[in-house]
Design a protein around this ligand. Structure first.
Ligand SMILES: NC(=O)c1ccc[n+]([C@@H]2O[C@H](COP(=O)([O-])OP(=O)(O)OC[C@H]3O[C@@H](n4cnc5c(N)ncnc54)[C@H](O)[C@@H]3O)[C@@H](O)[C@H]2O)c1
Length: 376
């Protein structure tokens, strides 16, 4: 069967572009047209390694008729401007997170994309992984009864002690430590689990949050421009589930998710492994004084997904970064529903910005009726 191949153009060819370049071949319907970067050497090394041509500017890339979907891999501060430029040119957009640096900019982008009639997708796409799929199936099957409480952990170790200035991607691009510590761990990492939570339990209705700067003195931060390195939020979801989400570059690595229900407890070990173990502990008759009301953990067999199981990039995490682009292409071709519709991406951006800034209060609902019915 032949099906339309989608031309993909990348803007931004830095550290994360190697995750994308290596996993694009997992998706035969996506063909690499080329890449642009303000640093021409980076665009050139990307094309040399992964194929396609280089474009001197984003305008040149947008003028190429073979480019159907533009993937924005520039730093967060550039996202909003570039995202608008892409949709204004009538190209479908897949953006790295966050969509924008303010909630109103994210909403404006969603409105603009809809008005122009282009599709909009955004990272992270780990919701399409086997672990997230298995978790969602287990919850909706009722394996843990009615979910009530979630602990979402996104602790990544003490970054100033981790030697991040010595981290390089496959092409030898340095991990952008200075950008990352200005943007902050919460904006960089909370979208991974916020996306899962909103997909499982509906939008965030209300949240209480707090941030702290606990190890910033270990960096040279004389200008005081670094973002807090710890945040915690308590989120009330539309379904009534309550979430405690912690994000940090201080405590030792823990990327687990635990969902507590009336009949059991589900756990995913590792947010950044698509094939992470998912375990279930069912409620049992308590055994005397040891309070063993939970059975021993048993593995929930991973559900297959429609996507290739291969990853192709395992330098750091086992993630197929291009699944979200593949789903966007399928959506464009068939009109199938996106797992995360654009208005929900704007909502996720809003929630993550609030977590990063420690803003408590009610959270406006996503502006569209396309939000999936939450599990109750
Ligand atoms: N670094 C990671 O581990 C990682 C993982 C997942 C997602 N991300 C996300 O990916 C995005 C990019 O991160 P990165 O780590 O690759 O950063 P990076 O700084 O290594 O790369 C960004 C690239 O964009 C280019 N660029 C900057 N402004 C531009 C412009 N106006 N036009 C064209 N090119 C421009 C830069 O020259 C650079 O090569 C961010 O949104 C980040 O949140 C990063």
């Amino acid at each position: 069967v032949t099906h339309k191949s989608f031309g993909v153009g990348f803007v931004g060819c830095g550290y994360v572009a190697d995750f994308y370049g290596a996993t694009l071949p997992n998706h035969s319907q996506l063909s690499l047209v080329g890449a642009a970067d303000v640093d021409a050497d980076r665009a050139a090394s990307f094309a040399a390694r992964y194929g396609g041509r280089t474009f001197a500017t984003l305008d040149e890339l947008l003028a190429c008729p073979n480019v159907d979907i533009v993937v924005n891999l520039t730093p967060p501060s550039e996202h909003n401007r570039i995202n608008h430029q892409v949709v204004s040119a009538g190209r479908h957009l897949y953006s790295e997170k966050p969509l924008a640096m303010t909630a109103s900019e994210a909403n404006d982008l969603v409105v603009a994309a809809e008005a122009i009639g282009v599709a909009l997708g955004a990272a992270p796409c780990s919701i399409l992984g086997e672990a997230a799929t298995t978790l969602a199936m287990s919850v909706s099957r009722g394996d843990i009864g009615s979910p009530r409480l979630v602990y979402a952990e996104l602790d990544n170790g003490s970054l100033p002690l981790l030697g991040s200035r010595g981290w390089y991607s496959a092409r030898g691009i340095p991990w952008p430590t200075d950008h990352e510590i200005r943007t902050g761990c919460t904006l960089e990492h909370s979208p991974y689990y916020v996306t899962w939570l909103v997909t499982l339990f509906g939008p965030v209705v209300e949240m209480q949050c707090s941030t702290a700067s606990l190890m910033l003195d270990l960096w040279d931060d004389e200008e005081g421009v670094l973002a807090p390195d710890f945040s915690v939020g308590v989120l009330r979801m539309a379904s009534g589930v309550v979430v405690r989400i912690t994000t940090g570059w201080v405590a030792p690595s823990d990327l687990s998710l635990t969902i507590v229900g009336t009949e059991g407890v589900l756990r995913v070990d590792e947010a950044w492994s698509y094939r992470s173990a998912v375990t279930l502990r069912r409620v049992q008759q308590p055994r005397g004084k040891d309070h063993a009301y939970l059975a021993d953990p048993c593995r929930v067999p991973l559900e297959p997904t429609p996507w290739a199981a291969t990853s192709g990039y395992d330098d750091t995490h086992e993630m197929d970064m291009c699944r979200g682009i593949a789903e966007l292409a399928q959506h464009i071709r068939t009109g199938c529903k996106l797992t995360v519709p654009p208005s929900v991406h704007a909502h996720i951006t809003d929630v993550c910005l609030r977590l990063a800034q420690g803003v408590s209060g009610e959270v406006p609902a996503p502006e569209s009726s396309t939000v999936k019915e939450p599990h109750t």
